[in-house]
Design a protein around this ligand. Structure first.
Ligand SMILES: [Zn+2]
Length: 349
């Protein structure tokens, strides 16, 4: 005989009690597992990187903006390629950060110890050491040179790819926790703060940010420009860490996290209330760093174009991205989805 729905639901037969127990155990297991799944975090979070690259297009002068607007979807979508590439390409990871505090003892200014030029830095610390602790400022300079070359050759594939990539690395240099060995609060019992600052806060509050930064400017010395941004990021990292620690000390611990459905998985996230309080303590820092990244990206794209002799980009109007580039990017995407990290050195996100 078939049980009616009501019979199953309301009569406390031994089998229905068993069922309830099983369901409760299952819920407990799911919650426990999701508690230990680290929050997915990428540099600036995919959301913020895309927003930053996209907004940078609007800083460009008349000779460039038409071209970039035409390809704005590419520039936006591929803002996160370098993070995906970390899964496919060895040596990619150190390009996203620099743990500058590795170069100073307590109280010392690490920037005084670190020569800004790559050759001088290699001579002082060796290439292996530099790569182990991150190379983002030098990599920005390299990418500006590559983009300049791509403009000179009027090579559509490379102009687009290097523009998107350069945007990513400049974005990373603006994140305070990309400049310290305590990049995820792991040394101060604040694990998860990396994704909290650069992913969770923008995802919750970036709609209210003001992205109008004015026109891109010519940058005389891209390497110094990159270093200056890293220095600003580093000087903000204490606030990022200390203010979270202070908030954590006074905020009810049972309200610090909540659970959200992310695709198929339940993820533990910093609760909205906790995020709101932290965002207040940051007093606009996330917005300021995003704005600085936007104008920085526009300015370095512009600089590369000027240095290449201001090629007429309308000559590329009828060209499309090559099949080869499309395939390369699909391949990287696949590698990323399989999640095999070839290079596990350095920041893991
Ligand atoms: Zn990155």
């Amino acid at each position: 005989m078939q049980h009616s729905y009501q019979n199953c639901k309301f009569v406390n037969t031994p089998s229905s009690i068993n069922m309830v127990k099983k369901v409760l155990i299952l819920i407990f297991i799911i919650l426990t597992i999701s508690f230990f799944i680290p929050q997915q975090s990428h540099s600036w979070g995919f959301f913020a990187h895309k927003r930053i690259n996209r907004m940078a297009v609007f800083t460009l002068p008349p000779g460039m903006i038409g071209f970039y607007k035409k390809h704005i979807e590419f520039i936006t979508e591929h803002a996160v390629d370098p993070d995906k590439r970390r899964y496919a390409v060895e040596d990619e990871a150190p390009k996203h950060f620099i743990d500058i505090d590795r170069y100073a003892k307590d109280g010392e200014d690490p920037f005084k110890n670190m020569p800004r030029k790559w050759k001088d830095a290699v001579a002082k610390f060796t290439e292996d050491t530099l790569k182990a602790h991150g190379i983002v400022p030098w990599w920005i300079e390299t990418m500006v040179k590559r983009l300049t070359e791509a403009f000179r050759n009027e090579d559509l594939d490379r102009i687009l790819r290097y523009s998107a990539d350069l945007g990513h690395y400049i974005g990373d240099a603006h994140v305070p926790l990309h400049t310290t060995e305590n990049y995820n609060g792991q040394l101060t019992n604040q694990k998860g703060i990396h994704g909290f600052w650069e992913s969770r806060l923008p995802e919750l509050f970036a709609e209210d940010y003001d992205y109008w930064t004015g026109r891109a400017k010519y940058i005389e010395h891209p390497l110094d420009y990159a270093w200056d941004r890293v220095q600003e990021s580093f000087s903000a990292k204490d606030s990022v860490l200390l203010l979270e620690a202070q908030l954590n000390a006074v905020f009810p611990s049972d309200k610090k996290y909540s659970y959200e459905n992310r695709g198929a998985a339940m993820m533990r996230v910093y609760s909205y209330e906790y995020s709101l309080e932290y965002n207040k303590l940051m007093s606009g820092m996330v917005e300021r760093r995003m704005r600085s990244a936007i104008i920085g990206i526009g300015s370095l794209w512009y600089t590369a174009w000027i240095n290449a002799g201001q090629p007429d980009l309308s000559r590329l109007d009828n060209k499309e991205i090559s099949e080869q580039l499309r395939k390369e990017q699909e391949e990287e995407d696949k590698m990323w989805k399989t999640g095999i990290i070839k290079n596990s050195k350095g920041h893991e996100d």
